[in-house]
Design a protein around this ligand. Structure first.
Ligand code: GLU
Length: 390
């Protein structure tokens, strides 16, 4: 069978793979602690479920406009205006099949063969793959554990080359929890605006910052730099709605029109009744979000405390998102050399599913999602302690 070159060099997403293997072992009867995919264990907000149910009962089951329902797009514009002072109106908003599709379609719209995209690293497994899929070249800019993987402006700016079409930021960051300060974000956006480069800001974890930290949204700079700032977001993590597959993009009207044209040939609209549910979540589920944030903060503390006690493991407290990204290279030994073997061994021997750091560009680390119950965290820590006993 002939495969396209672009598909041929693509492997299954490492996060998806880890979650799939955990599910397979569970189905085979093993008790697995699943710390793999980033997926809140909370139920979707009742208001969202009710609104979607109502939409189905009313027969709201047909195609909508490719860019999504006007109501949800208007609600998203209002939400960004209120939270971040962003100037976007309905024709600058589109709804997508999860944040992943928004990113994919933006890459396909902005990147030509031979172009490059600058991405702070470690980064989410899907970013470099999508850039390559579009024919581009990811340029990874290291961030460091020593300062909590904070994203600094200067190294990002220094990495930009004449072929660079976009800078892809993700704060809080999956997998590190690192964040960008407002002044660094402004410097990057200012610099990119001068050079005609897009700043694509994936703000999927924007509601999950800990210890009173505030999220710096690129949306706050959109009025000043309308052609530079693009924001992508998702209902998946914020509202525990992963399976609903609702994400969105906010950008200039001409760019949104073009990405919508791409979407019209890819997925058409996102699911009609799921958009009704998303709209209800956006306007009526703030308490659910606050509850989740408080739970994630407690779980983060529990997990990091437990990890720090393990010999050879060091783990700074992540500033945001719901992942710990411990340094575990001191625990490597024959049969567990590197994060791939280490993760494999943990799953086989201890029944704990994690994602190898290599998938995010950091082989000395592994990623642990703490979007699971405290009981699971405690049980996983016990298994980890046992598996790492010399
Ligand atoms: N974004 C989540 C993660 O990193 C879900 C899986 C995926 O889409 O990668 O685990």
């Amino acid at each position: 069978m002939h495969l396209s070159r672009r598909a041929d060099r693509l492997a299954e997403s490492a996060t998806g793979r880890a979650a799939r293997k955990a599910a397979e072992l569970r189905a085979a009867g093993r008790t697995i602690i699943d710390w793999s995919a980033g997926q809140p264990d909370f139920a979707s907000p009742e208001v969202a479920v009710e609104a979607a149910r109502r939409a189905l009962a009313e027969g709201f089951t047909r195609y909508t406009a490719a860019a999504g329902t006007p109501d949800l797009r208007r609600a998203l514009a209002a939400h960004y205006a209120e939270r971040h002072g962003a100037p976007w109106t309905i024709d600058q908003v589109m709804v997508t099949v999860g944040g992943k599709a928004a990113l994919f379609e933006l890459m396909m719209t902005l990147i030509d063969e031979g172009d490059s995209a600058v991405i702070p690293s470690p980064c989410w497994v899907t970013f470099p793959e999508q850039v390559r899929f579009a024919g581009g070249r990811p340029i990874l800019v290291p961030t460091a554990a020593a300062d909590g993987f904070a994203i600094h402006a200067q190294p990002v700016i220094d990495a930009i080359e004449p072929e660079t079409r976009l800078v892809l930021l993700n704060s809080p960051c999956n997998p590190t929890g690192g964040i960008i300060a407002a002044r660094d974000l402004r410097r990057i956006v200012e610099h990119c605006a001068e050079r005609g480069i897009v700043v694509l800001s994936d703000e999927t974890y924007e509601r999950f910052l800990f210890d009173g930290r505030e999220h710096a949204s690129a949306g706050a700079l959109a009025a000043e730099f309308p052609d530079t700032v693009v924001v992508v977001g998702s209902f998946s993590k914020t509202y525990a709605m992963t399976g609903w597959r609702i994400g969105f993009a906010l950008a200039s009207a001409p760019l949104i029109a073009k990405v919508t044209a791409v979407q019209s040939h890819a997925t058409s609209n996102a699911t009609s009744f799921a958009m009704r549910g998303a709209e209800a979540a956006l306007t009526g589920a703030d308490d659910d979000v606050e509850r989740m944030l408080a739970a994630f903060a407690r779980r983060r503390d529990l997990l990091v405390r437990g990890l720090e006690r393990l010999p050879g493991v060091s783990c700074p407290k992540p500033a945001g998102a719901f992942y710990a990204f411990p340094h575990v290279a001191e625990c490597y030994r024959p049969g567990r050399q590197g994060s791939l073997e280490f993760a494999e061994a943990l799953l086989e021997d201890a029944g704990v599913a994690i994602v190898p750091g290599l998938a995010f560009g950091a082989d000395d680390h592994v990623r642990i999602s703490f979007a699971c119950s405290s009981e699971e965290l405690e049980a996983g820590l016990e298994r980890l302690a046992e598996a790492l006993r010399p």
